[in-house]
Write a protein that binds this ligand. Sequence first.
Ligand code: ATP
Length: 235
Amino acid sequence: MLRIDGLSAAYGRIKVLWDLSLNVGSGEAVGLFGPNGAGKTTLVNCVFGFLKPISGKVFFQDKDITGMEPHEIVKLGIALVPQERELFPNMTVEENLRAGANYVPHARERMPEAFDLVFTLFPILKERLKQKVGTMSGGQQRMVAVARALMSFPKLLILDEPSVGLQPSIVSELFSKLKEINNQGVSILLIEQNVKQGLKVVERGYVIENGRIVLEDSSTNLMNNDHIKKAYLGL
Ligand code: ATP
């Protein structure tokens, strides 16, 4: 579904990603794990057309999307929950959710269906439709961000460190929702520093360090990997 082939990227003269390859199959949930500054957000920026790679290609459903504009990429069926939530804090939950569908013609037509879908996943949002997002808790805002991405009926959902700043119980709740979303057939690329919780959601994962993929394996094997245990699980 998503295939990244030999991607290298830089900010000016500072190279940040080296020859990075990864893929997410149809219906799969895949993790990309790594510490601060490893290059995870830079990868997202390349996939989404915010940053042009120096070399390498990004394919979505076998279509070369390298360098395409972000709004075109969303129309193809990829939705992003960015690290900075980029919600509109002075707008209501409803207005934020509508914004997730407004720019995608096939989603705009199915908006009532999309609202039903996100209310089933996050019932609290139905009660809070008229509340301004800026007045909600961090956990609730993150749920709005995920719900907003789902309003476009994505085939692939990319989440850039959704656990940041949330208390552990809220992370567990949010991640169990991601599993539900994946079970409904949406492919997921989960980008996380929280490897312990992240591995519970995904079937497979990659580890990125200093801009390079250093490890790729099933979640079970990653959980038992010595480097992962020491560097990420504190064991
Ligand atoms: P974090 O968890 O902190 O977001 P990350 O794995 O997402 O980390 P990136 O944000 O992709 O890492 O950053 C990778 C490297 O690129 C870091 O060394 C960072 O300082 C640098 N970098 C990120 N954004 C820019 C920018 N706009 N200009 C210059 N350098 C940048």
